[in-house]
Design a protein around this ligand. Structure first.
Ligand code: SF4
Ligand code: SF4
Length: 419
């Protein structure tokens, strides 16, 4: 058992990529596929010795009673079921007394069968399923190696999850193909897939001068990327429907984080927190990176087979990475009325200039500003309800009453009607 460094965080989130960037699909916007180039000649499979080191270090580093073992990719199911069965054995071996371990796995869903379904259910996995909306929108970019849409095989995976009653989240990227169709996307998840938890991930894919997208630089983005205002309108349209009928039933990460910031508590999402740095990524060979969005040589902290992960996480380099989110916030953001909700967004997307020419503004700024301004009134109503010890979902009744009142015919209208 290692001695924890004094400044070690009590908990952190680590996404482990047992197959590195390797995936059976070839989604056109996937920034991870290009990361294959970071490890030329690698087999891209996490070995058993590293798996054991990872689980042991993860469990001993946490000072909280709950720990999450999170698998991501590439496509983690390419490791085969045995790999995850072994991870469960190792969790049992290294779990501290009283420690509760949660398991999550992010998948494209195309390789799931009954065996996976049973296993996920038995060990209470929370599955993140990547779907971009109804078929034409999903198939626009989520294609296999031969360029064929993956919608049907993803739906087969979803059927498996439903059949075995596995808890799942939908992860939906917002891009050029679905960005103008928010309600179709939302209603599909809610009404067709029965999803209760949804995350929207804006596609912001930068192109370098040489046309590559592996290392993020440059101010240009691909055609597939969502446009800033389009993203704001997308979220606003879904919010308007959600706040009138789905509060307390459907949980959307952006809205939960916004409510937390309106209330004045930690949003639980790094993107909208003041600082970050506690959401790291582990590659298939043990290399630990500052963040899943920064799996790049400059952001490598070290290898957990050479140095304990908690020392790397508590390192000056990682603390500086997390603090930089606040320290590099442009003056334009510091003066912004919705800064408390936005906090400048993710540093990954801070590559445009402010209107007065300062670098470091978020590419999505125009959308964020419009969205956070748009939701201010209903958010205030929910905050008031919570402060009165009532439930936030009462906002739906309040809004409907208010809107009925606004629609009520005026006295003049009534006179006309009675004749
Ligand atoms: S860089 Fe972005 S995604 Fe990574 S931890 Fe910070 S806010 Fe989160
Ligand atoms: S809305 Fe724009 S200006 Fe305001 S904090 Fe966010 S990124 Fe900065």
């Amino acid at each position: 058992m290692t001695t924890l460094p004094k400044n070690a965080p009590s908990a952190f989130h680590l996404l482990a990529k047992p197959t590195g960037a390797i995936c059976n699909l070839d989604c056109q916007y996937c920034f991870f596929l290009a990361k294959e180039q970071l490890y030329p000649g690698s087999k891209f499979r996490m070995g058993d010795d590293l798996l054991e080191t990872y689980i042991q270090q993860l469990l001993e580093s946490h000072q909280t009673s709950e720990v999450t073992v999170a698998w991501q990719g590439g496509e983690p199911t390419l490791m085969g079921l045995e790999f995850f069965e072994r991870s469960i054995e190792l969790v049992e071996k290294y779990k501290k007394p009283g420690q509760q371990v949660n398991h999550t796995l992010q998948t494209n869903g195309t390789r799931l069968n009954d065996k996976w379904g049973k296993f996920f259910k038995q060990h209470n996995f929370l599955i993140g399923l990547s779907v971009d909306g109804p078929q034409p929108m999903h198939d626009a970019y989520r294609v296999d190696k031969r360029g064929r849409g993956s919608f049907d095989s993803v739906m087969a995976g979803w059927q498996i999850l439903k059949k075995h009653q596995v808890d799942f989240n939908i992860l939906c990227t917002v891009n050029a193909a679905n960005g103008d169709r928010p309600l179709e996307v939302y209603r599909f998840f809610r009404d067709e897939l029965g999803a209760e938890f949804i995350q929207f991930i804006p596609i912001v894919e930068r192109i370098n001068v040489d046309g590559s997208t592996a290392i993020q630089s440059g101010e240009r983005v691909t055609e597939r990327s969502v446009k800033p205002k389009q993203f704001g309108q997308f979220l606003s349209a879904i919010f308007d429907e959600w706040v009138r009928r789905d509060v307390g039933k459907i949980f959307i990460q952006h809205f939960d984080a916004a409510l937390a910031n309106w209330v004045g508590v930690q949003p639980g999402v790094c993107i909208f927190s003041k600082t970050c740095g506690t959401a790291l990524a582990l590659e298939h060979n043990g290399d630990l990176y500052s963040c899943d969005h920064f799996v790049e040589p400059d952001y490598k902290l070290g290898n957990i087979q050479e140095k304990h992960m908690i020392e790397l996480i508590a390192s000056k380099k990682q603390r500086q990475f997390g603090q930089a989110k606040l320290a590099t916030l442009p003056q334009y953001c510091r003066n912004c009325e919705v800064r408390f909700a936005c906090n400048g967004g993710c540093p990954k997307n801070r590559f445009i200039k402010t209107p007065d020419g300062e670098p470091g503004l978020n590419y999505l700024c125009a959308g964020y500003k419009a969205f956070f301004t748009h939701i201010d009134k209903p958010m205030q109503m929910m905050v008031d309800l919570l402060r009165q010890g009532r439930y936030a979902d009462e906002v739906m009744q309040l809004l409907s009453k208010k809107e009925r009142r606004a629609r009520k015919p005026t006295g003049f209208g009534r006179v006309l009607k009675s004749h």
